[in-house]
Design a protein around this ligand. Structure first.
Ligand code: PMP
Length: 326
């Protein structure tokens, strides 16, 4: 008999899928690391489990305790799965920009969800950074995860996602590309792949309204780069410790409109029913086409599933309201 001991045993070992239509104009092979096969439908299951296991090992969380995190949804889902299996309570602090589906999904797996306004500075007491920290201080026997600065986030991808990509491509991968939020995915995968072959290029996809690209290019944290944007899951108005700017060769920025349109194209043209950051990632890859040549093997990681965006990206009325559809 072959079975997992519990749902956490099904995390990881996701497939690599060749892209055929959207990348037809490129000279290289493009392979998608298809992370929605994780049980919580996103790559964040990997780092959520790793952060909880490491916190247990360090004695930061005790039986019956409460896990608290400021999360756009996917990390919350991963943490919720770990909390259910391991017997913890889970509070997710989320910004009001996030889709209603993400909030409903978190409630479905037993999380308490606290919604905070998006358009306030990170140090504003109402922001989801400040609210999560305050709740952690007020709740006895609680542990504040802080995925932005928690090194177990990057470690999870160094220990699982990176090695999987290396093995699935027989060590032939030449480029790795993904969207960057906390930075855990790109830094963990990037450091692992470069430890195997330092010539592998690592590209991050950023969004307009976020500080990453400018900071990478100039070393300046430019507040003028910060403004509200629609793309979910990538870009930041802070510099998370999990973004290892050294391992990243470059960033490309994708507009909200392109991210939305390319998310829909992935579904219709490849049968890849994915989230908003996947559209940004594939458009970013196409923007970098001058960097790819024949024989290159480019791996792009898609973070989450389309079901969480049904009333947004996949809804024509919403798309027209935002000016993304004629
Ligand atoms: N896409 C989505 C949908 C996400 O939820 C996240 C996590 N914020 C990312 C991309 C970025 O991943 P990371 O935090 O590892 O940089």
């Amino acid at each position: 008999m072959h079975y997992a001991e519990n749902i956490l045993g099904t995390i990881g070992n996701t497939p690599l899928v060749k892209m055929n239509k959207l990348t037809a104009e490129l000279p290289c092979l493009v392979l998608a690391k298809y992370e929605t096969f994780n049980p919580g439908n996103s790559t964040k299951d990997r780092m959520a489990l790793k952060m909880v296991e490491d916190a247990e090992a360090e004695g930061l969380i005790k039986p019956g305790g409460t896990i608290i995190e400021g999360t756009s949804g996917n990390t919350g889902m991963g943490l919720a799965l770990a909390a259910i299996v391991k017997g913890y309570k889970m509070i997710c602090v989320i910004s009001d920009k996030q889709s209603k589906e993400k909030i409903d999904v978190l409630k479905a797996v037993g999380c308490e969800v606290v919604v905070c306004p998006t358009d306030v500075a990170p140090d504003d007491p109402q922001s989801y950074y400040s609210t999560s920290k305050r709740l952690a201080e007020e709740t006895p026997n609680s542990w504040y995860v802080n995925q932005y600065d928690n090194p177990s986030n990057t470690k999870a991808h160094f220990e699982s996602t990176g090695p999987e990509i290396w093995e699935q491509t027989d060590g032939k991968v030449t480029h790795f590309i993904c969207g960057v939020g906390t930075g855990g995915t790109i830094s963990g995968v990037g450091n692992y792949l470069k430890s195997k072959n330092p010539n592998i290029k690592i590209w991050g996809v950023d969004t307009y309204g976020s500080v990453f690209k400018k900071y990478h290019e100039t070393g300046v944290f430019d507040e003028n780069e910060i403004y509200p944007y629609i793309t979910e899951g990538i870009g930041e108005d802070i510099l998370p410790e999990n973004v290892d700017f050294e391992v990243i060769d470059g960033f490309t920025k994708v507009t909200d409109k392109d991210a939305a349109i390319y998310t829909r194209r992935l579904a219709k043209e490849e049968g890849f029913f994915l989230g908003n950051s996947a559209g940004a990632a594939i458009k970013g890859l196409l923007q970098l086409k001058q960097h790819f040549k024949k024989g290159d093997i480019v791996v792009i990681l898609f973070h989450d599933h389309g079901s969480r965006y049904i009333n947004k990206i996949y809804n024509d009325v919403w798309m027209r309201e935002k000016g993304f559809l004629e």
